[in-house]
Design a protein around this ligand. Structure first.
Ligand code: FMN
Length: 324
């Protein structure tokens, strides 16, 4: 018998396929729909530290964000935390799925007290999406990284549920980051967050939102470092995000060492039915390859198990020699 169940952040998932933080995980109805389609767990739509603090500065900051309406209409106001806590408890009650809450933050602050309330409300884990945009030459990489580590250490000490960190691609040495957050008690990391990016409309000479959804080819960005990080920091549970669109993509990420894969764009493009298709593909592939459990193939292609020069090659020189 083929068993798709997986363990991520110490949580039992019926399948390693989970829904990443997005408007798809912002209401109990949507989460129930995801559950009906076979999702293994959900990461709730993030709350922002500003929202928790009740500040309105974010109104201007996120004014042009494509899903700003979500934030502005649903969450702002004094009821905000209560609404979020209800989302956790109702989603849990209705689906029984592992529920991972998510907070977007850039610095330590009063919001950390609320992380405890989130845990008390029944969230099974907390995903921290930490990022702020350096825009001057004044701060060094190590100062910025120290800020991340400080947030992670403080949150881990403040709450009793597992903490994972959704990382950006913009670190000099992601393995150092993985090791340091692990040292401070993080149970997992998500590789990677995909940012909202600005584009330029050259006719009107205006900034406009770039394409909000990922392409399959973006998985390559995560794949290499899941293979390297899962070998280098084996105690840290890795989840693949960005570019997981199909069952084949999910299997690649798990072979590289991911304990779960997160879906967002593919559900927005193809609808909820893609979840069942991905689960079905994984099951079929496992049968064809005589794997009965996810752990039988997880990490089989990480950098410790499979030493392959392709994993370490970044320049094209050898692949496309000059005589071509
Ligand atoms: C409309 C939209 C809203 C999102 N909101 C959040 C969010 O609140 N918090 C977060 O951590 N990631 C957020 N994300 C990022 C996704 O969770 C995911 O990491 C990203 O889309 C890459 O995965 P994908 O290739 O499966 O789309 C959002 C993505 C989209 C498209």
């Amino acid at each position: 018998m083929t068993d798709l169940s997986a363990e991520y952040l110490g949580l039992k998932l019926r399948t390693p396929v989970i829904a990443s933080s997005s408007p798809l995980t912002a209401t109990p109805d949507k989460i129930a729909e995801l559950a009906d389609h076979g999702i293994g767990g959900v990461v709730l739509k993030s709350i922002f530290e500003e929202q928790i603090a009740g500040e309105t500065a974010m109104l201007s900051r996120y004014h042009d964000h494509p899903d700003a309406d979500d934030y502005l209409h649903a969450y702002i106001g004094s009821d905000y935390m209560r609404g979020f806590i209800e989302l956790i408890s109702e989603s849990k009650k209705r689906t029984g799925l592992p529920i991972i809450a998510s907070i977007n933050c850039a610095e330590k602050g009063k919001w950390i007290e609320y992380a405890r309330k989130i845990a008390d409300a029944g969230a099974d884990a907390l995903e921290l999406n930490i990022f702020f945009l350096p825009s001057g030459a004044g701060q060094t990489s190590s100062e910025i990284e120290a800020r991340y580590f400080d947030i992670v250490g403080t949150v881990v000490k403040s709450i009793g549920i597992p903490v994972s960190v959704k990382l950006s691609m913009r670190f000099t040495n992601i393995i150092h980051i993985a090791q340091e957050i692990y040292n401070r008690g993080a149970k997992g990391a998500v590789l990677y967050n995909r940012f909202f990016e600005p584009d330029i409309d050259i006719e009107n000479m205006e900034y406009v939102p770039a394409d909000g959804l990922s392409a399959r080819s973006e998985l390559y960005k995560s794949l290499r470092y899941i293979a390297i990080a899962s070998a280098a920091v084996p105690g840290l549970d890795l989840s693949a995000s960005t570019g997981v669109h199909t069952g084949e993509d999910a299997i690649k990420a798990i072979l590289a060492g991911a304990r779960s894969v997160q879906l967002c764009s593919t559900i927005m493009i193809h609808g909820m039915k893609v979840i069942g298709e991905i689960n079905g593909f994984i099951e079929n592939w496992m049968q064809r390859n005589s794997f009965s459990r996810i752990d039988d193939f997880r990490g089989l292609m990480n950098r410790k198990v499979r030493v392959d020069p392709l994993l370490d090659r970044v320049q094209y020189m050898k692949m496309f020699p000059p005589e071509m």
